[in-house]
Structure formats: C-alpha cells, structure tokens
Design a protein around this ligand. Sequence first.
Ligand code: PLP
Length: 450
Amino acid sequence: MNVQLTNMQTRDVEALLHPYTNAAAHRQVGAHVIETGKGVYVYDEHGREYLEGMAGLWCAGLGFGDKELADAVAEQVHKLPYYHLFAGRSHEPAIELAEKIKELAPGMARVIFQSSGSEANDTQVKLAWYYNNALGRPEKKKIISRKKGYHGVTIASASMTGLPYNHIDWDLPLDRFISTGTPHHWREALDGETEQEFSARLAHELEELIEREGPETVAAFIAEPVMGAGGVIVPPAGYFEAIRPVLEKYDVLMISDEVINGFCRTGEWFGADTYNVNPTSMSLAKQLTGGYAPLSAVALCREQAEVIEQHTGKIGTLGHGFTYGGHPVGCAAGVAAIRIYQERKILDHVRKVAPKFQGHLQRLKDHPLVGEARGVGLIGALELSPDKSGKKTFDPAGKLGAKLMGELVARGVILRAMGDSLGFCPPMIITEEEIDALFAPMEECLDATL
Ligand code: PLP
C-alpha cells in the first residue's frame, strides 16, 4: 500500500524507532499522530476524534485534560521541579504519596519509588534477592512468573514476562527465571474440569515446580491479579486461594503486579483485593498518576521491609535507586490522582458502570467470530476464535485482530489487539452512554468481517 505521508508522519519515520511496532511496515503506512485529549477522547493531527478505549496504555484512568490533575503537576513544577530521595534527602510529595499508598494497600509498610512499571518489577527482583541474602539464604533466588504474564521490558522484568516477542532475539529469559502455567480456564482447562479443579491443578503444578527446582532456591512468585497484555485473562475461581498456601509452605514471596490492576480498575482499590491475593509486596504504576507524569512504586510488607532496613545497617547503604525515582512531579501527580479517585468516588463509579460494560462484552460473546468474552470492573477482552471450544485459533493468530483494530480506528475507536484478544480498558470516568459508543462500532466491524 502506498500512502502519502503527512509532514508529521515523514518526520516521525525519519526520527523515531517505535516500541512494539513493525518498523518496516510503519514506514509504509505512517504514524497515527495524536495531538490533544479531553475526557475519554483523543484528537489526531487532522482534528479527528477517537474514543480511547484503552486509556492510552491502560493508564489514563481519569481521562485526558483533567484540569485539577494538570494544575497539580504544574504547581509542583513551579514549586520544586526536581529533587531526589538519595542519601536521606526527602520531599513532601513523596512522603504524602507513600502514606496514601500505605493507607490504601493493607499490609504494606514501606514504599520505594521508581519511574516505570519495568523499573518497579526490576526493583522487586533485586529486593527479593537482597532480602534472602540478608536472611543468610544466598541460594534462594529463583523467580517464578506465568506464561503470558507481562511485567515489563528491562532485563529482569522481560525475563519474567511470558510472551514470545519479549524473549526472541533478546537472549532472554536469564537464568534464575522460570515459568508456570497461565490461569486461563477457557483455553487451558482439561475437558470437564471446573474452574476450582483447574485452579487446584495449577497450584499443584506450581508446587511440583518448586519441589523440582528445590524450595531453598525459589525466592518469589510474581503475578498480575488480572493478566493485562497477555490478553486480559481473569483468574479462575479459587486460583489465588489455591496458590497462596503453596507459596507460604515454601516461604516464597508473593509479588502482586498491580501496574494495570491498581487504583479502582477491577472495582476495588487493587486487583489483590478483588482476588484475595494477599501479597507480600506490590508493584504500582500507570493509574498511580493517571499517566499525567511517569512514576512507579514498590510497596513492601512489614517483614520484608524490616529485614531490608536492618541489612542496610550492616552493609552501610541500600545500594539501589533511580535519579528520577520518586520525582516530585510524579509524586504530586500521584497525590492528586488518589485525591481525585477518592473525592470523585471513582471506585463507586466503576462499580456502577461495570455491569453495562461487562454486559456489552458478554452480549458479543454470542457473535460467531468471538470465542470468549471476559473481564471484571472496567477491564475486559473479546477473544476471536473460529468456535467457542477454546481449542481453535484463527490462522495466522493476530491477523484478524489487527484488521479489526484498523477498521475500528476508521470508526473513531482506539482499542488494542493482543494476538486474537481485543482489549478494553477505557478511562474509568467513562459514562454509560460512552460505553455504548465504545461497543457499537465493534459490533459493526465484527458483522462486516463475517
Ligand atoms: N507490569 C504490567 C502488569 C504492565 O502491564 C506493564 C506495562 O504495560 C509493566 C509492568 C511495565 O510497565 P512500563 O511499561 O511502565 O515499564
């Protein structure tokens, strides 16, 4: 296809290498250049309006152009645009945000900040190692993650990510990183296996894996309560309840990757609350600031935090931290975002509109091109499949999803295809009318593809 690129698109292809983009194909079709945003909508360089059904990259929970949030960011830039938390320095936005996180995330006692979800998960790995060294268990270092889990792209977090593109030709995963099964009942359950039975089998497989590797070598298990980039996979009934005792038995840390789930998305403050995860630590990012400034955090339970704290006394310092970790502008955005979630009762709103959102997904489950519809709160997916069995896929996987994404953009909706799973994760401020407007074009596109 020979498309006439705009001036902006020409500048883009000459200057940028895009993440998660086929650069060769991109050169032919050009970038979709977004210029502004308001509410649940964004506007491109031609002034065309799009309903942003993915809140950008699962992060703009309060939508675009929120004046209160933007003002909080601007105010902090004027007051103290940069400071750090190294060598005992501090600033109020970091203190206040850490206090808020502790208040909202029960069981979490200390917070350490970074800038991105990947950095948070890298920090989790390092803190799990440091903790076990502090306890005199130098062998206890392996990290277990799940196939199709997404934890980021730094070397450690990409090693934990269970998706092929994050490993192929990147020489990953590193040693010490091992994986276990995806908790996707529709795709992975045996014939006739109930969700509870499937969960029990996965917990049993996890236990076998830990036994095989040697419990004295396994440090941590990391999981997103609802898997995001792997295709919005909601855990089967009883999953975390079955996994948790296995981890406790072998003294393995439970890291809840809340980078997408956190801050009201699942209809609770955290995915861990929705699914009884009972984590020893949490990774937070994205909706932590509503995407208005980059910031991430690791929240640690008291036991892990205290062991680490004491160990720094022995070594002389905590030899870890990023120049921009706990950036005051990011922290001010986080404080403002949480204040807005609370004052505007975003959690209540998510619970109120979720039935409409989930109802649309379930209605589309009957479409001949849809194999499964799944979700919780204001996150969900439709998985395209030739039938409802969970055994078949379209060939080649992802082609139909990509085609539908293009057609939806032409109809003014931005979503994300993850292979044959079409993800929905709109700004949480979305109204019931806007939810209808999000789903109507999807139905048209599916019908047109039949
Ligand atoms: N963890 C989860 C669950 C994510 O979805 C993501 C990004 O989408 C990350 C970690 C990595 O975050 P970042 O892209 O900010 O490094």
